[in-house]
Write a protein that binds this ligand. Structure first.
Ligand code: NI
Length: 181
């Protein structure tokens, strides 16, 4: 065990109120904080494991998200600072989504099939990315987090309430198993 490595950042879970708040834009004055945060966000995401993590999920209310779909099991880290969807297809696509803030919960979510996203990368360069398939859904899911929107906000109230009840029950059982610790 590497005792010099900083502790993993805990990932907030529903119903933490930070997950429902809108994050503010990253400004030049945030550069040092963001530089320090990015490797810690990747560490938390890979350890979970997950394919995307937004700063509010680790309690930081900044418009910053990291993604790695690990194509062919190889790392392909993507850092998006102040990402914005600038174009979305009329065509929709439905995929099953999950979220590290709703552990163990999944639902089919319908979103635009293709999006173009504008953002700044970790070096501060302006980038544009057009995506379809899993990456498109992942980009939209992570950008939603920056607006305090979760995937369960994009499904029916009936399905949302089922997931929230199931999650609350599992969290209660987990606390009972951890009893007193
Ligand atoms: Ni999520």
């Amino acid at each position: 065990m590497d005792t010099n490595a900083p502790a993993l950042m805990p990932i907030l879970t529903v119903p933490d109120p930070v997950l429902k708040t809108r994050a503010r834009r990253v400004e030049p004055a945030d550069a040092d904080a963001v530089r320090a945060l990015i490797p810690r966000m990747f560490a938390a995401m890979y350890a979970a494991p997950g394919i995307g993590l937004a700063a509010p999920q680790v309690g930081v209310r900044l418009r910053l998200t990291v993604i790695d779909l690990m194509p062919d099991d190889k790392p392909a880290p993507l850092v998006l600072v102040n990402p914005e969807v600038i174009a979305a297809s009329d065509e929709l696509a439905t995929r099953e989504e999950g979220c590290l803030s709703l552990p163990g919960q999944y639902a089919d979510v319908t979103r635009p099939a293709r999006v173009t996203v504008r953002y700044h990368d970790a070096a501060g360069a302006r980038q544009e990315l057009s995506a379809e398939g899993l990456l498109s859904a992942c980009l939209q899911h992570e950008i939603d987090h920056l607006d305090g929107v979760l995937f369960i906000d994009r499904i029916s109230a009936l399905k949302r309430n089922m997931i929230l009840r199931r999650l609350a029950k599992e969290q209660r059982q987990q606390r009972e198993r951890d009893g007193g610790r």
